[in-house]
Design a protein around this ligand. Sequence first.
Ligand code: FAD
Ligand code: 2HG
Ligand code: ZN
Length: 487
Amino acid sequence: AESYPDVHRFSGFKKLADEDLSFFRSILSDSEILQAKADEDLALFNEDWMRKYKGQSQLVLRPKSVNQVSQILKYCNEQKLAVVPQGGNTGLVGGSVPVFDEIVLSLTQLNKIRDFDPVSGILKCDAGVILENADSFLAEHGYIFPMDLGAKGSCHVGGIVATNAGGLRLLRYGSLHGTVLGLEVVLPNGEILDSMNALRKDNTGYDLKQMFIGSEGTIGVITGVSILTPPRPKAFNVSFLGVESYEAVQKTFVQAKQELSEILSAFEFMDLNSQRLTKEHLKDVPHPLEEEYPFYILIETSGSNKEHDDVKLETFLEKAMEDGTVLDGVVAQDETELRNLWQWREMIPESSQAGGGVYKYDVSLPLKDLYSLVEAANAKLTEKGLLSVEDTSKPVISAIGYGHVGDGNLHLNVAVREYSKDVEKALEPFVYEHVSSKNGSISAEHGLGFQKKNYIGYSKNDQEIKMIKQLKNLYDPNAILNPYKYV
Ligand code: FAD
Ligand code: 2HG
Ligand code: ZN
């Protein structure tokens, strides 16, 4: 994990005392309180998924009711005890773990499905429901959760809403700003905002819930989510393609939109280095394509009629191969093959950090410029002597690019043998400057968290930052909620 020489504990925050523990014991049961012991530092809650950010919290609270969350925050606000809301702790920007001794408020035990309406498809659940569990529940009723991502087995519904995560099917179902219909949120002073709407349309004043979607735990703790879910498609197809260039990726995207139109549900791209890294990680699993190609594409279709979808996919592939855009490809023949193809995309994040560590950049760029960042980063790291294909003593293993082409969202992952300030300095603010010069966003879907707290100015102007700060000050004047992060 990294150390933080430039960040200092805010002296206005109280240090946890016995009287605080007595209070928490008065409102929570033993199983709802985890305390650091001599031989145990609550590592699971202090350290993030990448093992890059590590705090020193001595206390984790795991309430089972909204009322308890409210009492905890009211008390912490009065006492000026800092708090980090935590979901599945799969966030990738260091936002979900403490920096110093903040109390971790874990939503893990607030995990009940509240209500489901099989006519409208509206699901209401606690924030701590694990995404995969929500989706399995919906599957029983013929519905699907309108977003999907590699971390589904651990991340929470509340966590993805707090992050405004995008994921693998945003192309099809849109962002959570559209699908979330209502939220229940506990404000830093303990007040409960009950806005669990189940209406698709409601134009009565400010749409308050939007403020919390993507707020990364800085102005309220989300305890309940109401979300519109679509019918579960009956037929899925996945194909995995090899192409010659990034231009061919774009051309294939246009063709896919035209030919597959309403059944296109994911369009992901991966460069060769990302697949080489994943091959090393997956060891004995054979890659779907025998030969190597500069770029790969994963296309998913989902619809209501398998035969209809098959014909569409075939027609699309025939055309794209005939005109030479697509050089090679396979189509999954069954559920197992389908999952195997997906894993060559979904396992990249894990593979890219398996060698020791990873610097992750998650950016939005105009589609024509999307891959330019990976090329620029490779050039920069080589020029600085940090990356060499032949020399394995260099800190960087590989700088790879992949992501959600359909959403204009690139993931640049710089895999390193160990975390190194030299590599970080070569990449930051270089990457952010590159993105800003092309009018992109320095965070497409992972948020700013701790990693990008000093860089918001590359994507938001002074007026926007001023208003963000005003809102923060209004709702969290003591700044107890997720401090040292982006706001
Ligand atoms: P956490 O990591 O616990 O928290 C994330 C942030 O939200 C923190 O700032 C935290 O303080 C806050 N927070 C959490 N819960 C609450 C709450 N109830 N109320 C208020 N604040 C809260 N992201 C994408 O967008 N697309 C992807 O495709 C994608 N794939 C991923 C694949 C893998 C393997 C991994 C590890 C991560 C991936 N992510 C992806 C990152 C994504 O941000 C997280 O998976 C998810 O959004 C975080 O959910 P979580 O419950 O783990 O939240
Ligand atoms: C994905 O799309 C996630 O797989 C993670 O957003 C990306 O690890 C990353 O950089
Ligand atoms: Zn992503």
